[in-house]
Design a binder for this molecule. Structure first.
Ligand SMILES: Nc1nc2c(c(=O)[nH]1)N[C@H]1C(S)=C(S)[C@@H](COP(=O)(O)OP(=O)(O)OC[C@H]3O[C@@H](n4cnc5c(=O)[nH]c(N)nc54)[C@H](O)[C@@H]3O)O[C@H]1N2
Ligand SMILES: Nc1nc2c(c(=O)[nH]1)N[C@H]1C(S)=C(S)[C@@H](COP(=O)(O)OP(=O)(O)OC[C@H]3O[C@@H](n4cnc5c(=O)[nH]c(N)nc54)[C@H](O)[C@@H]3O)O[C@H]1N2
Ligand code: SF4
Ligand SMILES: [Mo]
Length: 701
């Protein structure tokens, strides 16, 4: 038996840990952590260790499938490609290019994402291209662009080790960015002060020096309150404000409207704790601020991000080692999918699609005329589908039926489309609704690059052959282009050719090549003539927009609040052991045995008041939908607040969630809505029907 090791990058979260894929007779049967990797330094979390299960051949989609009378039949590639090309052309002929679009995958490579946006803009002639950043950190991309000039993490992961204060806002890092969570715990052991702002008592909150357990959705009140305290005590960094920022006076005046008693009332946090937090953060030599989607997933998401940025700028905690405004981007390559322009409003490297010069640049480079009209977001496409205006969608590696808000609406949108193509590894709930399902190669079966949350572009290498007839996303999109008569636009032979094309058309990546990336354990962008070695820190001397912008923002109540019919606050979170829709982590028997298939956390006092016992079966309902699950008592919550992980299709929390949107980014308010809970009759189990994702249950062989 021959055994080799191919070094790669973990395909789950945005930390981007290094892993060696151990290949035995054409199969990956183990992974090894890489001791020399700059971030993971010989560690992996439970998901990383279970990677071989997550892509194992058992249960994978291996051939193109076409739905005929409700079941899938195996078809040949040529038949599938012809069907897709003809139906896309039909939609475009009858309803214009705005009636079709692409959702690409933040789990797939930069090269796949570059190909997806080029396919949309050059082949379909539409800016209808988006991906899951929409419902994740799109407010970071837009908010930080306004205040700092760039929407990415300003500093690096190992800056955690250089900080004397660490402020974590709306992020559950031991569960979701486990290796960073570990770095934070180590920093705390070494003596750094830790402040956690979260309505739940997360594991980091449990060891924090200060836990500001705010009322859900009261972020701006809290951040403006902290700023007001800082100005009142003269704790702001005057020198930094004078040299590097604009808008100080207006912001100071604005936050004076957030006195201690008002903020304590809105946030539920006593004044003294707020003063302590304001002092610790502002007076630190180096304070590292990281935040997650407890900031972004609100109708006020963009303003929440701006409020975070205001705090760091006023205290001058940015542009130096150990500091920064650090959005903890979620998916393994969500940073990359944004960088590559898989967004309706920007081309690669955030070049504006609204700018005629940019459109001319890409038209010239690609030797075609690119899309002219503004594009739709993913939820925009979904909404237009229910109006009959949006008709044909290719989804590469996303499971919106499980992961988008208000599942009943999402299902109606998918049903309304004339053509739904899903490119996937597994038979997800969304794939089940498709007209055509195409088999995608996983990260271990193709070459390419992923960009982690600290802007580090890292190579992944093909270790094994794709199962059956699966192909990389970029290859599949190129072949559809060819069938549409536009193959010349996407005529690449290797992923490296795609990367080189992208690097030539951007500034931040212009100094990168595969051979340089291979030598260096990845490179952090920008990497160009000005920064030939890449950039550990952004904004050290100036911001790309000149001065940092302080922008006053106001607290707004969440779109939905508890009332007599739906008396509980409801939020959704993640479990360490499962990832996203669960399509990959739930293939692992080791991870599956760690948690029940769906659970609702409730404070013991609420359970007592409702007469509920631990593990009792309940129904949970909102204005939009209904599900059944079992409760788990938890002191991590406050009375009145329920929480639920979103990974389980058997108890899909997005049946309940609200799609009310942030007006700037169309980010839905996934983090909060109002629900009711009622016990199920005794002896009745939740989720009576188990929902199979076994491939043989769906395909006629
Ligand atoms: N195990 C695992 N890891 C993952 C993922 C996964 O599915 N599983 N997904 C990846 C992805 S895509 C992402 S985006 C990241 C997400 O990583 P995180 O940003 O850590 O995501 P969440 O745990 O959903 O939410 C973070 C925290 O926000 C808190 N919160 C809720 N409302 C508020 C509020 O009003 N204010 C504040 N300050 N906090 C609030 C919640 O209690 C929660 O602790 O994780 C990535 N890593
Ligand atoms: N209620 C609630 N809903 C949420 C959230 C929340 O906190 N609460 N969080 C939101 C967030 S932050 C995010 S990022 C989204 C995530 O939502 P999704 O992006 O839908 O979640 P994933 O599970 O990552 O789905 C990615 C799919 O890609 C497939 N895949 C993996 N690699 C490849 C590849 O190389 N090619 C192709 N074609 N497919 C591949 C996997 O099998 C998987 O099914 O969920 C959002 N939904
Ligand atoms: S922390 Fe993230 S990147 Fe690292 S092993 Fe875990 S899931 Fe993979
Ligand atoms: Mo995410």
């Amino acid at each position: 038996m021959s055994q080799t090791q191919v070094n790669s990058i973990c395909p789950f979260c945005g930390v981007g840990c290094g892993m060696g894929l151990v290949v035995n007779d054409g199969c990956i049967n183990a992974v090894k952590p890489l001791s020399k990797h700059p971030i993971s330094q010989g560690k992996l979390c439970a998901k990383g260790w279970n990677t071989p299960f997550g892509i194992s051949k058992h249960n994978r989609i291996t051939q193109p499938l076409m739905k005929k009378e409700g079941v899938f039949e195996v078809i040949g590639w040529q038949e599938a490609l012809t069907y897709i090309a003809q139906n896309l052309q039909k939609c475009i002929r009858e309803s214009g290019s705005q009636s079709v679009g692409v959702i690409s995958s933040a789990r797939a490579t930069n090269e796949d994402n570059y190909a997806a946006q080029k396919f949309a803009r050059a082949v379909l002639k539409t800016n209808n291209i988006d991906h899951c950043a929409r419902i994740c950190h799109s407010p970071s991309v837009v908010g930080l662009k306004q205040t700092l000039g760039s929407g990415a993490m300003t500093n690096s992961i190992d800056d955690v080790a250089k900080a004397d204060v660490i402020l974590i806002i709306g992020a559950d890092s031991t569960e979701n960015h486990a290796i960073i969570g570990g770095h934070i715990m180590q920093a705390k052991l070494r003596g750094a002060k830790l402040i956690v702002v979260d309505p739940r008592q997360t594991r980091l909150a449990q060891i924090a020096d200060l836990h500001l357990q705010l009322n859900i959705g009261s972020n701006i009140a809290l951040l403006n309150g902290l700023l007001n305290i800082i100005f009142q005590h003269n704790w702001q960094n005057d020198d930094f404000l004078a040299r590097r920022c604009e808008g100080t006076d207006a912001l100071k005046k604005h936050v004076a409207d957030y006195p201690l008693d008002k903020v304590a009332e809105l946030t539920g946090i006593e004044g003294q704790k707020l003063v302590e937090a304001a002092k610790l953060y502002s007076q630190a030599n180096a304070a590292f601020l990281a935040y997650g989607i407890g900031i972004t997933q609100f109708i006020s998401g963009t303003n929440n991000v701006i409020a975070v940025s205001n705090l760091a700028l006023v205290c001058g905690q940015i542009g130096r080692e150990g500091t920064g405004v650090n959005p903890l981007r979620g998916q393994n390559n969500v940073q990359g999918a944004c960088d590559m322009g898989s967004l309706p409003n920007v081309y690669p490297d955030y070049q504006s699609a609204a700018d005629k010069k940019v459109r001319e640049k890409f038209s010239h480079a690609w030797n075609t005329t690119v899309a002219q009209a503004p594009g739709l977001t993913s939820l925009g496409m979904s909404n237009q589908a229910r109006n009959g205006k949006f008709r044909g969608l290719i989804i590469c590696g996303e499971d919106p039926i499980v992961t988008d808000p208000d599942r009943n609406k999402v299902e109606a949108s998918m049903r309304a489309m004339d053509l739904l193509v899903v490119v996937e590894l597994f038979m997800t709930e969304t794939a089940k609704m498709a007209d055509i399902v195409l088999p995608a190669a996983s990260f271990a079966e193709k070459d390419g690059t992923f960009t982690n949350c600290e802007r580090r572009v890292q190579l992944i290498h093909k270790a094994i052959e794709p199962p059956g007839e699966a192909k990389a996303d970029w290859q599949i999109l190129s072949e559809i282009a060819k069938k549409m008569g536009l193959g010349g636009l996407m005529n690449w032979q290797t992923s490296e050719q795609i990367f080189d094309e992208m690097a030539q058309l951007t500034s931040s990546f212009s100094g990168m090549t595969y051979s340089l990336l291979a030598k260096k354990n990845g490179i952090q962008w920008p990497c160009n003539a000005e920064h030939p070695k890449g950039s550990r820190w952004l904004h050290t001397t100036t911001f790309p927009i000149g001065k940092g912008k302080l922008i006053p923002v106001d607290h707004v109540p969440t779109n939905e609040q508890p009332d007599a019919y739906y008396p509980f606050w409801f939020t959704t979170t993640r479990l360490h052991y499962h990832y996203g829709c669960g399509s990959m982590t739930r293939q692992s028997p080791l991870l599956e045995r760690e948690t029940p298939n769906g659970l609702l956390y409730i404070h013991p006092q609420d359970a007592l008041d409702l007469g509920l016992k631990n593990h009792q079966a309940v129904t949970v309902s909102s204005r939009r939908g209904y599900l059944e699950t079992r409760i788990v008592l938890s002191n991590e919550l406050v009375p009145g607040l329920l929480s639920m992980p979103y990974h389980f299709k058997e108890a899909p929390s997005n049946m309940l969630t609200n799609d009310a949107m942030d007006p700037t980014t169309e980010m839905p308010e996934l983090k909060v809505c109002a629900v009711n809970i009622v016990p199920l009759p005794k002896n009745q189990s939740p989720c009576p029907s188990s929902i199979s994702t076994d491939i043989e249950d769906w395909v006629i062989q």
